[in-house]
Design a protein around this ligand. Structure first.
Ligand code: PEP
Ligand code: MG
Length: 753
């Protein structure tokens, strides 16, 4: 009774022929079930497809009554067929009718058949139908037979999904999941974008399912797996993760899967049934997905992603090593969706076609977020599950204002957003009109507004925004997007270009702040338990003076005859400032000795971002030419809340009196010592927070370029003295966040926030 070894391949070949025939979909389905029945030596073969209401409809049968076709419907979960669909797994019963789940539909005439084998037709791990065979005798279907039926089901699934079977629109539409879906995420970069989905890691459409030469397919697959494991091992060894934003744990999981014997065995088995290498990968992915979807624990669900990712990568290698979508044809209005991404990968995209970015993972302080902000595209992160739903070319809307993402939005949503985009454009035009208006509060207080930058394409923002200068140039970004350590000449060239673009406007170059989460692909550091508190920034500079001195030398050379401002990050102790300054002085001496032109003026400043400095201000400030508060780090350390960990990053409000008192004491000390003071953390870019900061006495702030307009509008409508009085009072009396009070103040006084 069992099928012969060559039978599955034969069956697949015949299936392909039937599919290619120019007949109606129903006629072809009818032939398909006849073929399967005869190949499997079964008296019955039936095909059920899921309808939108989750019921299963008999679409074709060989052996059951023909009148039952399209007339027999099984409710969700009803009968053995319903059970198989719900569980998304193959099941067999030697005596089907004695099973408690058996549901008798007299119109089918199936009461004479005892043994029953059914397999789900899977798409993306979900059952979109069920394929069954039945025999009169009580019999057991062998593993090979179950395998053969599963392979057939997979081929059918692909054909249904691609519309190749022309089955009813309703079922096919369901398969293609055309419904509009909405997600909520975390805003990384402000903006609203309407466009079309581009999957950063393109999915390969499998066009050839059935192998012509099984040996060849086996070799292709073996080679692709070797390449894949080599790639993963290489990435892990080189620690080359920052460029691509890969997570070490994810790669470790890939490695685990890629070396997993079970996975390889299942691929082998799929190949043996006559599928192409690509179809085998898809088949095993679907089965594994279905199995994992049945698990409810978080760990298995997370691994689902890994198996998807891994399979996609393998498929791309089989297709000849297709790169990311950045290398392909982009629509004019690309909304790039990825699981994760590094800053360099985002920069690979054609900026003129990029409208939005959606990530499943990554915090707002991540570097890809900083690059997205610099590019001025709307970006969201923490959009879990989007890759399961979005298809390349789908219409999409990213709303970073509300944190919403719409995939395949309805007409009404598109219309509402077109209005919103028009409204925002109007507002942008209003901000642009403020460009040349002096930044002075209602009570005559002049505020200096600067921008944060870090990449060469930030430079045009200086003119466009009308900023007074660059308050923070994060030099490490250039290092992060480079694949090797930038040499002295290269660094000099970059710094010179920045100073040229800035002209008379000041630029504050922050010395390298790497370490922590800012990883350089080519710079190996040992793993640390608490990287944010680890070997980073000035600590690294003082321990490896050669790196630091090269950078200082490049800055000095670039600045000849002009003013040079160097800012030192993460100063925690006066001695660090003294030591760094003496290294800088040595470089100045070398410059003089070589007779090279010096900068017109050299200013060395300290970042105030480590809380220990709050009690050393009277000693640090006299040694600094200027100071700048890094509120991102200062707050993370003050509240002991990791800025990159979404669970805690926003747990403590930056408008908490504790935080504001810390800022107030920095302002007082800077005034006492007459040291110019700026605040350059993300706080400065949010109008309400910026309002509080100005109320505390800051007269210079630096922010992402896109924030400049809204912050300026706020300042022009603010009475700083009035706010100061209110703040002094609240800081005496209130114990928790002043957000409400500040909002109310703005509302009452008409401050634009
Ligand atoms: C900060 O810490 O606030 C800051 C401006 O520096 P970075 O965000 O680069 O750490
Ligand atoms: Mg910092």
């Amino acid at each position: 009774m069992a099928i012969s070894v060559g039978a599955p391949r034969q069956l697949l070949r015949r299936l392909r022929e039937v599919m290619a025939e120019r007949e109606s979909a129903q006629a072809r389905l009818d032939k398909v079930v006849v073929l399967i029945a005869s190949n499997m030596v079964a008296e019955v073969c039936s095909l059920y497809l899921r309808r939108r209401d989750a019921s299963l409809e008999l679409f074709a049968t060989e052996g059951l009554n023909r009148e039952a076709v399209h007339n027999t419907h099984l409710k969700r979960g009803e009968g053995l067929v319903g059970l198989i669909a719900e569980q998304a797994e193959a099941m067999q019963f030697p005596d089907a009718q004695s099973h408690p789940a058996f549901s008798y539909h007299p119109e089918t005439g199936e009461d004479i058949y005892h043994s029953f084998l059914g397999v789900p037709i899977l798409r993306g791990g979900h059952a979109i139908g069920v394929l069954t065979v039945q025999n009169r005798t009580h019999r057991h279907y062998s593993d090979e037979e179950v395998e053969a039926l599963q392979t057939t089901a997979m081929v059918l699934a692909e054909m249904i999904a691609s519309g190749g079977l022309g089955v009813s629109d309703e079922a096919a539409a369901d398969v293609r999941r055309e419904l509009s879906v909405q997600f909520k995420g975390l805003a990384l970069s402000d903006g609203v974008a309407l466009g079309h989905v581009v999957l950063h890691e393109p999915r390969i459409v499998i066009t050839k399912l059935i192998a012509e030469d099984v040996e060849l397919e086996r070799r292709r697959l073996a080679q692709a797996i070797d390449e894949l494991t080599g790639m993963i091992d290489g990435m892990l060894e080189r620690g080359d993760l920052a460029r691509t934003g890969e997570h070490r744990e994810v790669l470790e999981a890939f490695r685990m899967f890629a070396h997993d014997r079970g996975w390889r065995r299942r691929l082998e088995e799929a190949l043996a049934t006559g599928l192409t290498a690509e179809a085998s990968v898809e088949r095993v992915r679907n089965d594994t997905r279905a199995r994992m979807l049945r698990q409810t624990d978080h760990y298995s669900r997370e691994r689902l992603h890994d198996i998807d990712d891994l399979s996609n990568r393998l498929l791309r290698l089989l297709a000849g090593g297709v790169g990311t979508a950045a290398a392909g044809n982009l629509p004019q209005d690309a909304i790039v969706i990825a699981r994760t991404m590094g800053p360099a990968e985002l920069l690979d995209y054609d900026r003129h076609r990029l409208r939005g970015l959606v990530l499943e993972e990554g915090g707002s302080a991540s570097h890809v977020a900083i690059v997205a902000r610099a590019l001025g595209i709307a970006a969201l992160s923490q959009v879990k599950g989007v890759l399961e739903v979005a298809e390349a070319g789908d219409a999409a809307i990213v709303d970073a204002e509300s944190g919403e993402l719409h995939i395949r939005p309805t007409q009404e949503v598109v219309a509402a957003y077109s209005d919103k985009v028009r409204f925002r454009a109007k507002r942008q035009a209003q901000y642009a009109a403020l460009r040349n208006v002096p930044t002075v509060t209602l009570d005559g207080v002049k505020i200096s507004l600067q921008i944060n930058a870090g990449l060469l394409f930030d430079l045009p923002h200086l003119d466009q925004s009308g900023a007074d200068g660059i308050g923070l140039f994060r030099t490490e970004l250039q290092f992060m997007i480079s694949s090797t350590f930038p040499r002295l000449e290269q660094q000099t060239r970059i710094y010179k270009a920045i100073l040229d673009a800035a002209g008379e406007r000041p630029v504050v170059f922050r010395s390298l702040d790497v370490g922590g989460d800012k990883v350089l692909p080519y710079f190996r550091v040992s793993k640390e338990e608490n990287p944010a508190l680890g070997w980073r920034a000035i600590r690294m500079a003082l321990d490896r003076p050669a790196l630091f001195r090269t950078q200082i030398r490049a800055l000095l050379r670039a600045a000849q005859g002009r003013e040079l401002r160097i800012m030192l990050p993460m100063i925690a102790d006066v001695a660090e400032l003294v030591a760094a300054r003496s290294l800088i002085d040595k470089e100045v001496l070398i410059l003089k000795r070589h007779g090279r032109p010096e900068p017109k003026r050299l200013l060395v400043g300290a970042m105030i971002e480590v809380p220990s400095l709050l009690w050393q201000l009277d000693r640090v400030l006299p040694l600094a030419d200027f100071a700048s508060v890094g509120s991102n780090d200062l707050m993370q350390f003050l509240f002991a809340a990791d800025r990159g960990n979404m669970r805690v990053a926003d747990r403590f409000d930056r408008l908490n009196p504790a935080a504001l008192k810390a800022l107030a004491c920095i302002v007082e000390a800077a005034e006492r010592h007459q040291v110019p003071l700026t605040l350059c953390g993300e706080m400065a870019g949010r109008p309400l927070e910026a309002m509080a900061v100005i109320g505390l006495g800051f007269r210079s702030i630096s922010m992402a370029p896109a924030s400049l307009g809204p912050v300026k509008a706020m300042i022009l409508s603010l009475d700083a003295g009035d706010l100061r009085t209110r703040l002094d009072e609240w800081l005496q009396t209130k114990a928790t966040s002043l957000r409400q009070e500040l909002k109310q103040f703005a509302a009452e006084k008409g401050v634009q926030i």
